[in-house]
Structures are given as structure tokens and as C-alpha cells.
Design a protein. Structure first.
Length: 664
């Protein structure tokens, strides 16, 4: 049988002047080239490692498997490295290794280690957890011994599990060595550590340790021989002996293979009710006043703490959360913990953690006090490496800052004449006159399509019968979303002019009764990109929207690619066949680190291309006066996809004109 690329075996290859072996090489080259040109781009984690299996694609399968094995209904959530708080199981969002055939086994073994800590009662000794929390060397030694004990117990209970352990120990991505979350080299590992990795990791130098490894060997033998109760005491004693031995050798904590995860005692030891009571103690007044209030309350007097404007002496204890959940709340922003709704948000988060989520759902791992607990994760294009970085940015939708209504009224009053002119111009756009091409019936032939049909007939192919065009007087439904740059660079004269332009634009869009939305955008970090809601699609213009529009504030950076992707997502949910994304900006994509250079420009360019593939037409009006502004704008949006204004004062006048040109 002829191979692909040959015309008829060896003879066909010779007639072409190419030997069969050479033709096979050419076919291989064509396959490789096709893969390079047409296959989807690879994706990698932020750390630079290639992205393997994603947790959200196998969460239901894993949760069912862990429930079956352990008899416990543990919720799955995100953490890197893996861990547990004795209630939930935390696994990485994605595995760093491209060895997809073994990735699911890696997830299973990661979870087995953490579930085993719970199942075999190793996390119930609070005194030990306190000691481990204070001593990283003791923590790592205990973790390695406990993981070995847990895996042996699982293997005795379910012998089939042992088949996964060997490949996982040799797995390149799962075997990365870490101290806490910091990767360390595998070469040059101290000999005192090496016996601890027997069966857990391979390729650590291939040398047998000398006498310095005897204590680790003795600890391993003790753990392997142990049967029955007393495991916690045994592991604690052996870990402390190893800790003392490592200290005498002046060694730091032994690193852990990535798949073994990390122990976080602070997640288990936290007592939220106690900590909150301590933090609120000052509100009850000084000690004499508290004693007086308690005495009055005991006697059942008419005067309680509320009579003095103070909280009751005995407030109900709030639900208990792990320290991880508390930290996620407090890391949500500098001012959220002081907001009046903080307590309500906390209680809502607790309720969701304790009762929410169906079978196979991931618990939120993002800040609980954000309007959306997780936000929206987006990839970023790394042009230099030719890969997508998985979950490199996270967008949160928040309400734009608000204030008095007088700011909006002042802008509107100052531009009354311009508003009337804008309305008049937009009135002219109510009816659209245009040719509809590619029709099966119509008043005239479409010459271009007719030529294509004749060519198909000559080639012996079935032609397309849509060869007519007709003239119509109607407007195709349009949805438009406007992104307003409110980064720190707009502070001063740019932001007020942007507000003025948006006021004029909104008046014109209301004249057309066209679905529209306005959002501001800025970010303080790649994982804290805030899309500020000025007006949503489904929200009518009201005093609340006017207040947000009249009180925009500048601050932060411009990680533009993430905002373009999220805006395209919002437009993709609209039923209108035509979707327009309009951006008002004063400069290039800008953020700390590498995003400041060509990385940001290329990522935004890729985001614009992705949006256009989703039928979202993107256009940018820029007031950047830099010499190279036209160059990077053309690179991002294309030659016809932007308008560069020499002066910011022209923005209010030109914005309606640009829109009229976009919808024609």
C-alpha cells in the first residue's frame, strides 16, 4: 500500500524524482508544518511551565472518586501546592507538566495524601500543629514521614493504588522539589535527606548517602513497621528526632515533591469567633464601663448597652471560618473590611462554604468580599514564547465610584447646545440605507458572487445560488459597549473630557434607543483588574448611573488585554447580530513588570483579534500624543480600527462622528 504523499509505491516515488524514504521525510515535514501553522497555540502556567490537565475539567470525576475511596464528602477548591484545612481539599488549578496521560493520576495521588491526613487522624493534635507551624524544619520532616505512612495505609487498603505511585515518583512536573512554594534544584541534595524520598521521588543524584543518612533510614524503617494506633505519636517523635539531626548538620528544611503538597497548620488552628471578639473588644468601652454594662444587663435594668450607643455585651458568635477563608476576605482590598456591608458579605460567604455548591463544584478561592467571589480569569498572549499564559489576569466587575448628582448636572448644563446637536445628528441614523449582498432573490445581480458562481460551474462544482443583491432601508440591531480608560494617567485634564464625551455619546445612543453600556477600566495588579460599571446593558439611565458617570476617579494601570477579553464576553451574551466595542484611551497598554513593553501591545493585539473572531468589532479613540502612538495603535487595532486625536479637547466632538461611521 502506498504511504501518504506517494503516488504509487516505490515506482511512483522514483518517477517523481524522490526516493520513498525522502518522500516520507517530506510528508513528516508537512505534518510538522501543518501542526505549527494550524494547531491551537500551546498554553502554559504563569510560572513558565507548560499547562497540563485543568482541575475544572475533571472536578466531578475526582470528587466522586475521593468520596468513594474515603467515605467523606469533601469539597474541592484551588490551591498551589495542594493542601487541606481538614474540611476541604485544595488542588492546583492546572498541572504544570504536559504528560497528560498521567495527569489524572497525579491529581488522584495529590488528593490521597491530603485526604489521608484527615482519614487517619493526623491533623487532630493541636499541640503538634502549633509546633509544626513555628518550625519549618519540623514541618517538612513530619510531612515526608506522614505522607509515606498515609500512602502505605492507602496501598494496604486498596492495593490497586500502588500502581500509580511508581509513575508519579518519576513524573517530571509532579516531582519538582519545593521548600514552601519556592522551587529548589534536585542536584546536590544533602545525603541526610535522601532516604526520605525513597519511593516518593526519583532522580535525586543517584548516590547512596553515608552515615549522615542513618537517622532518616531509621525513621523510615520505624514508619514502615508501624501497625495499628499510635501513628501520631510515632510520626511526631521521629520527625522531632530528624529535626534535631538536621540542625546538628546545619541543614535547612528538606524540600517536598510538588505532588505531596504542603501542610498549612494555620488553616486548621484558626478560631475566627475568638479573633473577631478580640478585634471588637475596644468597641465596648474601657474596662470600668464594660463592668457597669454587664452589671446592668444582669439586673435586667432598662438601660442596656444600646442606650449608650454601644454594642450589646454578649453578641452572638459568628460562624467559624478557617484562616484561609479569613485571609481571602481581608486581602480583597484596602477598604472593604471597613465597609458597612462587610459583616453581611462575610456571613454570605460562610453560608456558601458550609452549604452551597452542588456535587462536583469548586469552592471559590478568590476574595469573598468582592462583588464576584472569583472574578473572571483570562489568558494572556506571550508573543516572545508563542504561548498563552493560563489565568494570567483576573477581572472583577465593580460599581464605579459614586458621589453627588451635581457633577453630572454641571457637565450636562455646560454642554446643552452640544447635546442638542448630537441628538439631531443621531436622529438621522434611525433609518439605514444599504445594499444586502448574497441574496437568493433581488432587484440586481451581485457581480462578484456571479463571477464566483460561473467559476465554480467551469470547475465542475456546485455553485452558490445567492447571486443577487437588494437595497433596504432599515437598521440592523446593534449593541455597543464603551470602555473608558480611568487609569492614573488620565488624572488631570483627560478624565473630565472623557466624562464630557461619554455624556454626549449617551444622549445620542438614547435617541436611537440602542442597547448600550459604559464601563471604566483600570487595575492595581494582574489579578486585580477592575471593570467599573457605569451603566450596564440591562440598566436604565437613572440618578445612580448619572452619579457614577459624574464622579469617575483616576488611578491604577492599564492591563488592556484582560479588559478587551471581558468586554467581548459581555458583548457575546447580547442577542444583537452587530456588536461594537469602543475604547477611549490616552495611552498604550501599561502595567508593572513585563507588560510595560511589547508584551502588553502584543497581548492586546491578540485580544482584539479574539474579539473580532467572536463577531465583536473593536475600535479605539486615542488621545495619546506620543510620537509612536500611531505605530502601536495600528499594530493593535489595524489601519482602520483606531482614530488618534491630536488634542483631548476634540474627543467630545469626534466621538459621535466615529460612531456614525462605525454603524454605516
Amino acid at each position: 500500500m502506498a504511504r501518504p504523499g506517494q503516488r504509487g509505491g516505490a515506482q511512483g516515488g522514483a518517477e517523481d524524482g524522490v526516493e520513498p524514504e525522502e518522500q516520507g521525510e517530506e510528508e513528516a515535514e508537512r505534518v510538522l508544518l501543518a501542526r505549527l501553522l494550524f494547531s491551537p497555540p500551546p498554553r502554559q502556567l504563569i510560572s513558565g511551565e507548560r499547562n497540563g490537565l485543568r482541575l475544572d475539567t475533571v472536578v466531578k470525576q475526582l470528587q466522586a472518586w475521593f468520596t468513594m475511596i474515603s467515605g467523606r464528602r469533601l469539597k474541592l477548591a484551588y490551591s498551589d501546592p495542594p493542601s487541606t484545612d481538614s474540611h476541604n481539599l485544595y488542588l492546583p488549578r492546572a498541572l504544570p507538566a504536559p504528560e497528560r496521560a498521567e495527569d489524572l493520576a497525579v491529581y488522584r495521588m495529590m488528593g490521597l495524601v491530603q485526604v489521608g491526613f484527615i482519614r487517619y487522624g493526623l491533623l487532630e493534635d493541636r499541640a503538634l500543629l502549633t509546633a509544626i507551624y513555628q518550625d519549618w524544619l519540623l514541618r517538612s520532616a513530619w510531612h515526608l514521614l506522614a505522607a509515606r505512612y498515609v500512602l502505605r495505609c492507602w496501598g494496604e487498603e486498596f492495593p490497586g493504588i500502588r500502581a500509580d505511585l511508581g509513575p508519579i515518583a518519576r513524573h517530571a512536573g509532579a516531582g519538582v522539589m519545593r521548600v514552601n512554594v519556592t522551587p529548589v534544584p534536585r542536584e546536590g541534595m544533602p545525603g541526610a535527606f535522601l532516604p526520605l524520598y525513597e519511593g516518593l521521588a526519583e532522580g535525586l543524584g543517584g548516590r547512596a548517602p553515608g552515615s549522615e543518612g542513618d537517622p532518616a533510614r531509621a525513621a523510615i524503617r520505624a514508619v514502615d513497621r508501624h501497625r495499628g494506633p499510635g501513628a501520631r505519636a510515632l510520626l511526631s517523635g521521629q520527625a522531632q528526632s530528624l529535626r534535631d539531626h538536621f540542625r546538628r548538620l546545619r541543614l535547612g528544611p528538606p524540600p517536598l515533591p510538588f505532588w505531596l503538597g504542603i501542610l498549612r497548620p494555620e488553616w486548621i488552628l484558626a478560631d475566627l469567633s475568638r479573633d473577631i471578639a478580640y478585634e471588637q473588644e475596644w468597641k465596648k468601652g474601657n474596662k470600668p464601663l464594660r463592668q457597669l454594662m454587664e452589671a446592668i444587663a444582669k439586673k435586667g435594668g432598662a438601660f442596656g448597652a444600646g442606650a449608650f450607643g454601644l454594642p450589646p455585651a454578649a453578641a452572638p458568635e459568628p460562624p467559624r471560618l478557617s484562616l484561609r477563608e479569613r485571609l481571602l476576605q481581608k486581602l480583597s482590598g484596602p477598604d472593604m473590611s471597613k465597609a458597612p456591608a462587610y459583616g453581611a458579605l462575610r456571613d454570605e460567604f460562610v453560608a456558601k462554604q458550609r452549604t452551597g455548591g452542588g456535587e462536583g463544584e469548586l469552592l471559590p478561592s478568590g476574595p469573598a468580599a468582592r462583588p464576584e467571589e472569583e472574578g473572571f480569569a483570562y489568558e494572556e498572549w506571550d508573543d516572545a514564547a508563542g504561548v498563552y499564559r493560563v489565568e494570567a489576569a483576573r477581572v472583577f466587575e465593580v460599581d464605579a465610584p459614586t458621589g453627588g448628582l451635581e457633577n453630572y448636572q454641571r457637565i450636562r448644563e455646560a454642554n446643552r447646545r452640544a447635546i442638542n446637536e448630537t441628538r439631531r445628528r443621531f436622529e438621522q441614523l434611525r433609518v439605514e440605507e444599504r445594499w444586502l449582498h448574497g441574496q437568493r432573490d433581488g432587484a440586481e445581480l451581485d457581480i462578484g458572487r456571479l463571477i464566483t458562481a460561473m467559476t465554480d460551474l467551469r470547475a465542475g462544482q456546485q455553485p452558490d445560488d445567492r447571486i443577487y443583491k437588494r437595497f433596504v432601508r432599515q437598521r440592523q440591531p446593534v449593541a455597543i459597549l464603551t470602555l473608558v480608560d480611568v487609569s492614573g494617567s488620565t488624572q488631570g485634564r483627560v478624565l473630565p473630557v472623557e466624562q464630557e464625551a461619554v455624556v454626549l455619546f449617551s444622549e445620542g445612543l438614547r435617541t436611537l434607543d440602542m442597547p448600550h453600556a459604559f464601563y471604566g477600566f483600570s487595575n492595581t495588579h494582574a489579578l486585580s483588574c477592575e471593570l467599573q460599571r457605569i451603566k450596564r446593558f440591562d440598566e436604565p439611565w437613572s440618578d445612580a448611573a448619572y452619579k457614577r458617570l459624574g464622579n469617575l476617579r483616576a488611578g491604577g494601570a492599564t492591563r488592556m488585554g484582560a479588559f478587551v477579553r471581558h468586554a467581548a464576553k459581555l458583548l457575546g451574551e447580547r442577542p444583537q447580530p452587530r456588536r461594537i466595542l469602543l475604547m477611549l484611551s490616552d495611552g498604550r497598554p501599561e502595567d508593572r513588570g513585563e507588560y510595560r513593553g511589547s508584551y502588553g501591545v502584543r497581548d492586546t493585539m491578540m485580544a482584539v483579534q479574539e474579539a473580532r473572531r467572536q463577531n465583536v468589532h473593536t475600535f479605539c479613540i486615542s488621545v495619546d500624543s506620543a510620537d509612536d502612538a500611531g505605530q502601536y495603535l495600528e499594530q493593535i487595532f489595524g489601519k482602520a480600527g483606531f482614530l488618534s486625536l491630536p488634542s483631548v479637547e476634540l474627543l467630545p466632538k469626534r466621538l459621535p462622528e466615529v460612531f456614525r461611521r462605525m454603524i454605516r
